[in-house]
Design a protein around this ligand. Sequence first.
Ligand SMILES: [Zn+2]
Length: 512
Amino acid sequence: MRPAIRYPLSAIPCLLLLASAAQAQTARAPQHGVRPARLAIRNAMIIEGNGTPASGPYDILLEGNLIANVVALDPVALRGGTARRPAADAEIDATGKYVMPGLINIHGHVQEERGGLPQPLDYELKLWLASGVTTVRDVGSDTRKTIALREASAAGRVAAPRIVVYASFGGGGDGVDTRGIRTAEDARARVRTLKAMGADGIKIVGIDRDILEAMEDEAAKAGLPIAHHVGVEETTVWDDVKFGTRSIEHWYGVPDAALVGGVQGFPSGYNYNNEVDRFRWAGRLWREADPEKLGSVLQAMVDAKVAWNPTLVIYEASRDLQRAQGQPWFKDYLHPTLEEYFRPNPANHGSYFIGWSSTDEAYWKENYRIWMAALRDFARRGGIIGVGEDAGFIYQLYGFALIRELELQQEAGFHPIKVLQHVAMNNARILGMEGRIGRVRSGHLADLLVVNGNPLEDLKVLYPTGTETIRDGKAVHTGGVEWTIKDGIPYHGPTLLREVKEIVAAARTAKP
Ligand SMILES: [Zn+2]
């Protein structure tokens, strides 16, 4: 039996908003970076972002920064030229294209330098927009600067995604001395300071149990959610479950909570502060987790509504160094500052690839297999999986890394419809912004992508550099996000990418 076609409430035609097709055709294309009063996206296939299959065609009307109407097009009326379509000041023809929610990146770092060398902020912001990223949760940067960027972006003064600021609890260049956090009262005071600064949440890493308990309690009172980069430390996921963490960043604390003896079988010479040691032995952590105990850990996370943002992408160099080092977009889009930062050097975080062996990679490949199975198990139990990139470290480029993360979540066993739900509706939920972003739905903020191709067929079409396909026996270049619309402001993807290329070329020329 064929299911009935489901028309969303917003598809009920509103006569005031509709004009004939002939009138609609007079509208012009939108101008890059300028928000039209009324923008129509015509004839689009829609991926809503909530885990339902694609459907179309629709006309989508944006008014200011809102999705005003999503109009299902009747094929008979379309053919006869009598279809009622929304009038607009500007329009995008999305015939053969897919419209989906703007990508939400819940693990980004706003970076203006790497390893002490300057890197223009515009470079990162434009790469994000060109990759379809319309919201970034910044998890630990210079808090004051990032808050200023959040305000500038909200006011439309800068071409940038929406910024959600999770301030670094342990300090992050915001001028607050955190060497003083020794007691529960210090921790509470620090939370109040971050609240007063205007943070939206708090990012923690490397924290002891008594401090975690106090800071989570104070943060809950202040209404600040917590993202925990849970490393191999005193606290594990059991503590996050107990104290109310919003999201687990990365993964270490998950298998660490499922070790039978409570500690990994480290060799006697192991030094946690030596990154070669740390990343090498992290590659042997998942295999030590007891499967039964792991099941209870995952269930406890589900029950406590602790989301999991695995950032699979940021460890990919560990399982395949040459793949990570030889990414094709480095040729035109890798800024020399970042290139220098990625070079193996014990002084830079994540640049630990000195003597990285085939044995290390083999362990890491197994590590990924168990990790991906745990992610599937977590989702099956009802857990919320998010998507973040952590770019600017370990050969990962802003924006491109988020698309690669989508591919890796597909590799983990998730249907592309679910993967896109993770990056849209799930991420919105983790941010507490569901109902405003993360779906193509009337009344939501106008954060949308017009994609050249079908991401459900191939997630690679989302890479800003596009992809190759065969059509009529010929290889053709296709893909890419044609328009990234953030807060109703349309940004032309290829234009942004050209600008990034110019930034990189200029920086390379200037380099002595
Ligand atoms: Zn990070």
